[in-house]
Design a binder for this molecule. Structure first.
Ligand code: BES
Ligand code: MN
Ligand code: ZN
Length: 493
């Protein structure tokens, strides 16, 4: 259920919210004017309690204070924003999301903002509210369904709210909803979210956002010459799909970016089948494609002056009598041949054809997003994604976008020396190398298909799915890295 966001310049203590969260800066609480009305209503108990527990207002530091029946609200949270200096969108979004998620199933939440939080910054606040309110309840019945749900978040702040601020709040909610499209798609089980269902979702988003869309089915993929994509999908009764969405700005665009997402709706490994423990996580192997769909939904709402293409390679990697096998050789959309070594390295094959397709569009930049390698998780752990690019300027811009979004990305090296691992004895290329630096060899394989087009490759294997809630991410599908990609598009020059 989507939440509503309201604003009020009244005293939060007199409002009708069942729970109030006050966002505070790090440092002395008694000097923070927006806290004093509530502190006074409680006879100074808030600041006294904060002192007793050495509360400092550090980033995402949360305490709960007893309201002893003296507020309409039954619960009161104090949520830290960190230092006043260098306050940014990412910290605000995080704090609001944490407050909102902590509110749980209480229908009305009041969030008290410091006066300093103003203007366009409120977009990040609304994003945080929408992201923190997210729950995936679709498959619960009876007692497993909560009896109430958060429906309304009111931001309290002294002084008038401006038209710019109302617009920022509305936009923030739209962005949060777009991120939640990606989360839903990742959470959806793979018996429901087949490649066709993923294409249908893209169609719905295109329809709602007035985007162009073109979908190829199994036959269409074969006819187009995407033989690698076809091969990966041939072992499943859930047939593959290729999707191309296009956003064209009203004014003629100066720049064009093509985003390419890996959309493996389930990755069993194929004939090189994965071990059973953890195989269930491979329902998230379409998170790259989900992020591209979420991004396109956000782009449709924001309508930036960049032309944006969203390309999805959707398939299910399954073992059966018609499955592709190690030692098979296939052509690709760009004409070169590939020898299959391990059928579990399927993502780079689907992407190879999709990247070649993207390159034919003549964009200024290609960005691919893929849950590509377990090796990436070994290298960076579960919280960081890797990105690769040969261009230092692009790398700086991308890092900055990730920081602004509050998402974790680390640049990895493209090691030319390792390319010899992809030499095949019987075809132009083989698609895997040795054990070491597996995320790098995957990137080297992809690079073969982008030609001279500037390119960023994102290996997002771990952060797309969370074992537990963390900051603005819920458990399960996180919506990573939609916000990073969106900021990158909005700031692209
Ligand atoms: N989808 C997996 C990568 C993955 C692993 C994502 C763990 C998220 C968590 C990918 O298709 C895969 O299986 N890669 C293989 C490549 C290997 C066979 C060269 C891997 O990483 O083991
Ligand atoms: Mn695989
Ligand atoms: Zn995979």
């Amino acid at each position: 259920m989507a939440i509503e966001v309201k604003v009020s310049s009244a005293d939060a203590a007199t409002g009708d919210a069942g729970i109030i969260a006050v966002l505070v800066f790090e440092g002395a609480l008694e000097k923070q004017a927006h806290l004093s009305a509530i502190d006074e209503a409680l006879g100074g108990a808030v600041i006294a309690h904060a002192k007793n527990v050495d509360y400092a207002g550090r980033e995402n530091q949360v305490i709960e204070v007893q309201t002893l029946g003296r507020l309409t609200a039954r619960r009161l949270l104090i949520v830290g924003l960190g230092p006043r200096r260098g306050m940014d969108d990412a910290r605000l979004r995080h704090a609001v999301a944490v407050a909102t998620r902590t509110a749980g199933t209480v229908p009305k939440l009041g969030i008290v903002l410091p006066e300093k939080i103003q203007g366009a910054q409120l977009r990040a606040a609304a994003e945080g509210a929408g992201l923190g309110a997210y729950r995936f309840l679709k498959y619960f019945t009876g007692d497993r369904l909560p009896k109430t749900q958060l429906a309304e978040v009111t931001f309290y702040r002294q002084g008038k709210f401006t038209a710019v601020e109302s617009k920022a709040l509305a936009l923030g909610l739209q962005v949060a909803n777009a991120v939640c499209i990606a989360r839903d798609a990742v959470n959806e089980p793979p018996n429901v979210l087949t490649p066709d269902a993923l294409a249908q979702l893209a169609k719905q988003v295109a329809k709602d956002g007035k985007l162009k869309i073109h979908v190829l089915d199994k036959k269409g993929i074969e006819k187009a010459g995407m033989k690698l994509h076809y091969a990966v999908g041939q072992g499943s009764t859930n047939e593959p799909r290729f999707v191309h969405m296009t956003y064209t700005p009203a004014k003629k665009a100066k720049k064009t970016i093509a985003f390419v997402g890996k959309g493996l709706t389930f990755d069993s490994g194929g004939l090189c089948i994965k071990p059973a423990p953890g195989m269930e996580e491979m329902k998230s192997d379409m998170a790259g494609a989900a992020a591209v769909i979420g991004l396109m939904a956000a782009i449709a709402a924001i309508r930036p002056d960049v032309e944006v293409h969203g390309i999805l390679g959707a398939a299910e990697n399954m073992p059966d009598g018609s499955a592709y096998r190690p030692s098979d050789v296939f052509g690709s959309l760009d004409g070169r041949t590939v020898e299959i070594i391990n059928t579990d390295a399927e993502g780079r094959l689907v992407l190879a054809d999709a990247l070649a397709y993207a390159r034919n569009l003549g964009p200024d930049l290609i960005v691919d997003i893929a849950t590509l390698t377990g090796a990436c998780v070994v290298a960076l752990g579960k919280f960081y994604s890797a990105f690769y690019t040969a261009d230092d300027k692009l790398a700086r811009a991308f890092s900055l976008s990730a920081d602004t979004a509050g998402e974790s990305f680390w640049r990895m090296p493209i090691v030319d020396e390792m390319k010899e691992q992809l030499k095949s004895q019987i075809a132009d290329l083989k698609h895997t190398g040795d054990r070491w630096g597996g995320s790098i060899t995957a990137a080297l394989f992809l690079r073969e298909f982008v030609g001279e087009v500037p390119w960023i490759h994102c290996d997002v294997a771990a952060p797309v799915l969370g074992e537990r809630a963390r900051g603005m991410y819920p458990r399960g599908g996180t919506g990573h890295p939609v916000l990073t990609l969106l900021n990158f598009v909005e700031t692209f020059k």
